[in-house]
Design a protein around this ligand. Sequence first.
Ligand code: OAD
Length: 243
Amino acid sequence: MNSIKKLQFGELEKIVVLTGSGVSAESGIRTFRDMAGLWEEYDVYEVASPQGWKKNPSLVWKFYSERRKQALVCKPNPAHFAITKLEERIGTERFLLITQNVDGLHKKAGTKNIIEIHGSLFRSRCSNDLCIGAKESFFDESLYFEKIPSCPSCNSLIRPDIVWFGEFLSPSLERKARDSLFQCSILIVVGTSGVVYPVAGYPYLAKSRGAKTILVNKDPPQNLEIFDEFYEGLAGEILPLLI
Ligand code: OAD
C-alpha cells in the first residue's frame, strides 16, 4: 500500500465522497462483483429489474424483505464513521456523500448530507410510474413475505424505491450530484469497481473541473487512470488514517 498522506484541505474547499458496496464489505454485506450475478441464492436480474418485478413481484419482495432484515442488524464500520468525521470537520454545507449503496449504513453512522443515488432499502413507492405515489417514496421497514401492499391512490402494487438494472436515476438527484462534482475541489472514491454507469463516470466530471481525485479500494478499478492518488486496501483500515 502507498504510505497514506493525511487529507489536507483549505477553509473554502468542498469535498465530495463517492461510495460503492466495498465500503460496507467490512460490515458483512457482500459486494456486487463478489456475487457474480447471484445475490445470496437469487439471480440479480430476477429480483432487481423491471422484467423480474413484472414476472414475480412476490419473489422481488421476498428478496428485498430479506435484504431489509439483514441491513437492519448490520452495523457501520470504521470507514462509515471516518466519512461522518470528515463531514463534521469540514461542515455539512461543504460536504456531500454520494452513495450507490442502499443499505442505510452511512445514515446509521451519522452522515447527514447524503444522496442515495441508487435508492434505499428502507423506502418504498407506488410501482405505477404515472401515479403521484411513484414520485413520493415513503420510509418503510416492513417485511413483505406474504401480502404486498397496494397504493392508496391507484391500487397498483407498492415496490422498493431502488433503481433496478435498466432503470434511470432520479433526474433531480443526478443534477444535485453533478453540480456538486463540478464544484468540489477534492473527490474521494471508496469501494466501487467503476463499471456501473453513470456513476462510474462521476470521477471524470470532478477531474474535468480540476478536482483532486483520491481512491480507496481493495483492487484497482476499471477507471483507475482518473485518480491522482490510489490507496489499495480495506476502506475500514485506510479511511480513518486518511481522514
Ligand atoms: P462492486 O461489487 O462492483 O465493487 C466493489 C468494489 O469494492 C470492488 O472494486 C472491490 O475491490 C472493492 N472492495 C471490496 N471490499 C472492500 C473493502 N473492504 N474496502 C475497500 N474496497 C473494497 O460494487 P459497486 O461498485 O458498488 O447498482 O457496484 C455498483 C453498482 O453495481 C451497485 O450500486 C449496483 C450494481 O449494479 C444497483 O443496484 C443499481
